[in-house]
Structure formats: structure tokens, C-alpha cells
Design a protein around this ligand. Structure first.
Ligand code: GDP
Ligand code: ZN
Length: 287
């Protein structure tokens, strides 16, 4: 058996496909715990021309989790760019955007808000709402996946990107535009790996060019935040960082405590009510 190093380019439940030495290997893992995600750089032991065993993952630049009620599942590793796709129709859920930005901040990943369906007249009102996030320093790009998705291209260059967002916003339209064969390919893989059952979430990494990659996980609406710690939350709200250490209680949850610097700033209008609400909801969720 030969040892090699490669990258997981497909994950499907407990099965992985690893690209190494210009070939792909159908891989299993050792032990019961599956600790790998699409995008992971892994050491493998090659068994034959098609099969290998994953031994370990290299240290990750970043790690994203899937939102799941019972357990945090790793969905994508080494992502450097998150594209949050939003559109005026169907009615967007701003909470999803807020949560996505938290996942990005916590993973030290550069997020971009992609406002899709710019051809729809309702887009102007949405852009007005999203100005809050532009003011916080987040990048925003407006485009129509149906008409011209080219504004996205330079933003993907040199990055490993992932698209996320509410259903109906245009993620698959964009993915198909970027990777015309993606759907067919991911379909083949899920069949091969899971004999057609669609019980587990799968992810696939596609090469846009030598240095730019896209991890596609169909239907990815939201990242899991359960791995975060409640006291760390305000680090992930850029507008709140300056108040760190200013609350009366050092372990302030910013929910009910007196002399909370965050609540005071929100009352004075320095922090948006929306964002305080999100902080408080997350704080309660994480306990
Ligand atoms: P997903 O659920 O996020 O993957 O969204 P889809 O890519 O399936 O798109 C949902 C719907 O929005 C489909 O009917 C698309 O044709 C439509 N759609 C996608 N992009 C655009 C766009 O730029 N403009 C308009 N008007 N519709 C779009
Ligand atoms: Zn506080």
C-alpha cells in the first residue's frame, strides 16, 4: 500500500472521494467517527487503483458545519469565501443572512452578500434593507443569475467558495451557470455512493480554474452555529467588538443584565435593534 496526500472532492455520508496524484479514489475512513468534510486535505493509504483509506486530515484553514437539530456535521473545509445568495422574491429571511455572517466571522472567512434577481423591480427595496450590512463593512454584489452572472467571477478567483442561502434565491441557477455540468456530476456521484438514497447531505468540490474552487452542497440554507460559545458571540458582530469589556458583568449575556454596554448602545441607536435581537437569540440558543 502506498501513502499519498490529496483533497476530499466529494463527501456523502461516510463515503468520500479523494483526488490525489491526478487520480480519484473511493475512500473509506478508519473507526466509527467520521471527522472529515469536503475540501479537507487528507493523508490516504492507497489500496488499489480505485480505493484508499483516509488516515487523517491536515490542519484546516476553516471549517463549516451544517445546521442540524441533533448534531453538528462538518460540511466544508478550507473554504475562504462564503457567498450568501439572497433575492427580493421569495420573501427573504434576514435572520438567515445574520446567522451566515456570524458563521463567516467565526470561521474567519470572507463573506459576500450576493443579491440575485436584479431584474426584479422589488430588488431596490431589498438593497435598501441590506444597506445595514454594507455599513457594517460587508461586501455586496448585485446581479441576475439568469441574465449575467459575470460580476461573480472575479470574487471567486483564488478562493474556495461555497454558496448558501434560502431556497428559491437562485443558488442552483448560479451553480449551473458557473459549472454547467455540476448537477449531472453530483447526481452520478450520489448514485454511486449511496445507491440513489438521498438521506445524507452531500457536497462536492469543483475546480473553476487551477486556484479557484467551488464547494457545492445542494440545498445548503444555513450553517450550524452550535460549535460557538455564547460569551464569544459579540466578537462576531463587527459593530459590537468595540464594547467588549464594557458591560458591568464580565460574563454579561447582553440579554437582561443592568448596565449592559450592548443594550445601551442599541438604545442609543449605535447598534441596530435587528442585530441586538439576533445576538440575544443566539445567546439563548447557545446557553
Ligand atoms: P435555489 O433554491 O436557491 O437553488 O434557487 P434556484 O436556482 O432553483 O432558483 C429559484 C427560482 O428563481 C427559479 O425559478 C429560477 O429560474 C429563478 N431565478 C434564478 N435566478 C434568477 C434571476 O436572476 N432572475 C429571476 N427573475 N429569476 C431567477
Ligand atoms: Zn452586556
Amino acid at each position: 500500500m502506498t501513502a499519498s496526500t490529496g483533497q476530499i472532492i466529494r463527501s456523502h455520508g461516510r463515503r468520500f472521494i479523494v483526488e490525489a496524484d491526478g487520480q480519484t479514489f473511493d475512500c473509506t475512513t478508519r473507526g466509527k467517527r467520521v471527522d472529515y468534510a469536503c475540501g479537507d486535505i487528507v493523508d490516504i493509504l492507497i489500496q488499489n487503483r480505485e480505493q484508499a483509506v483516509i488516515e487523517r486530515a491536515h490542519e484546516r484553514r476553516s471549517l463549516l458545519y451544517r445546521q442540524d437539530d441533533w448534531k453538528a456535521k462538518k460540511i466544508a473545509a478550507n473554504v475562504t469565501r462564503i457567498l450568501f445568495v439572497i433575492a427580493a422574491v421569495p420573501t427573504p429571511n434576514e435572520e438567515l443572512l445574520g446567522r451566515c455572517l456570524i458563521a463567516a466571522e467565526a470561521g474567519d472567512i470572507d463573506p459576500i452578500i450576493v443579491v440575485n434577481k436584479s431584474d426584479l423591480p422589488e430588488t431596490a427595496a431589498l438593497l435598501g434593507k441590506l444597506q445595514l450590512y454594507v455599513n457594517l463593512g460587508y461586501k455586496l454584489v448585485t446581479l441576475s443569475a439568469k441574465q449575467d452572472f459575470s460580476p461573480l467571477k472575479p470574487l471567486l478567483s483564488g478562493h474556495t467558495s461555497v454558496l448558501v442561502g434560502q431556497s428559491g434565491m437562485g443558488k442552483s441557477t448560479l451553480t449551473n451557470a458557473l459549472l454547467p455540468e455540476a448537477n449531472a456530476r453530483i447526481g452520478d456521484i450520489s448514485e454511486a455512493l449511496d445507491s440513489g438514497r438521498h438521506t445524507t447531505t452531500h457536497a462536492a468540490l469543483y475546480h473553476l480554474d487551477e486556484n479557484s474552487h467551488l464547494i457545492d452542497s445542494p440545498g445548503l440554507q444555513e450553517f450550524g452555529l452550535k460549535h460557538l460559545k455564547s460569551p464569544d458571540l459579540i466578537h462576531y458582530f463587527p459593530e459590537m467588538r468595540r464594547y467588549i469589556g464594557q458591560c458591568r458583568f464580565h460574563n454579561c449575556s447582553h440579554c437582561v443584565e443592568p448596565n449592559c454596554a450592548i443594550i445601551t448602545a442599541a438604545e442609543q441607536g449605535a447598534i441596530s435593534k435587528h442585530r441586538l435581537d439576533l445576538l440575544q437569540r443566539l445567546s439563548r440558543e447557545l446557553g
